[in-house]
Design a protein around this ligand. Structure first.
Ligand code: CIR
Length: 264
């Protein structure tokens, strides 16, 4: 049924941090090369946090040839019984999708985008009844049109949002704490780009990284540690933030949602 799949979040597919994570791409949040061992510890903490909220987690092996391989969100869009395999917009990430599509084939009907399409899953946000799709340096119009066509066959509408050059992906500056509600970082998206949403929690620009959250059942929501204003605003809205230390993963521009693909 439309909208049900994405909100249940019972099982996540994640991938271990690459042994070459220090070579991961970084343009926005990174101030230095990430330290691989600390990133691995934080990734374990991330998995623990999901499990503590009742999420079953399946962990795929790291890929030493793909420093960004832990960011599995970018490799596929999953809804209902379909997995749309992305065509990552950065050349170094294109081949990350092969092992993911092999795994997803076990549970989903696989759909591929054409060679002219570019799409990172990080540019796709499901709001409960529609997909917001970011047009960005990683996601082009062919990718947007092809995903929209597939989604419409399953009864989902789409809205295109131009991702400003202040950020990497759409998910880097917004997330959905519950159907129809958005958490958005100030200074990136313009209010008119999200005018269809009545319920918006705006967080300050200097806490942009924390706008990316993972909402789970019973009001629990994974929030990056170290952003007190965002934590307070999320609590004030009636949620229970579960704080996850992400500072090292942040050095590679990766946020909470980037590290999971929800398969149930
Ligand atoms: C990249 O630049 O592709 C990675 N270093 C970060 C990807 C983060 N993924 C996401 O926002 N969905």
């Amino acid at each position: 049924m439309p909208g049900v799949f994405d909100r249940t979040r019972k099982k996540a597919l994640v991938r271990d941090i690459s042994s070459n994570f220090n070579k991961a791409l970084s343009t926005f949040f990174g101030e230095r090369e990430p330290i691989v061992d600390i990133a691995k510890m934080q990734h374990k903490g991330y998995v623990d946090a999901l499990q503590s909220c009742g999420v079953e987690v399946e962990i795929l092996e790291e890929l030493s040839g793909h420093p960004d391989c832990c960011f599995v969100e970018d490799t596929a869009i999953i809804f209902d019984d379909v997995a749309v395999i992305c065509r990552p917009g950065h050349p170094s990430r294109v081949n990350e999708v092969h092992t993911i599509s092999e795994r997803l084939r076990e549970d989903f009907e696989i759909k591929f985008l054409s060679p002219d399409a570019k799409m990172d899953g990080g540019d796709v946000v499901f709001t409960g009844n529609e997909f917001l799709i970011g047009r960005s340096t990683r996601t082009n119009d062919n990718g947007i049109n092809e995903l929209s066509e597939i989604a419409s066959k399953y009864g989902y509408s789409t809205q295109v949002i131009d991702v400003p050059n202040s950020t990497l992906h759409l998910t880097t500056v917004c997330s959905v704490p519950r159907n129809g509600m958005l958490i958005v970082a100030e200074g990136h998206l313009k209010p008119e780009q999200i005018s269809g949403f009545q319920d918006v929690i705006w967080i300050p620009n200097n806490e942009t990284y924390a706008s990316n959250t993972i909402a789970l059942e019973n009001g629990k929501i994974l929030v990056s540690a170290g952003f007190p204003i965002t934590k307070q605003k999320i609590e004030d809205a009636g949620f229970e933030p579960i704080l996850v230390e992400m500072s090292e993963i942040m050095q590679a521009d990766g946020s909470l949602t980037c590290c999971s693909l929800f398969i149930e």
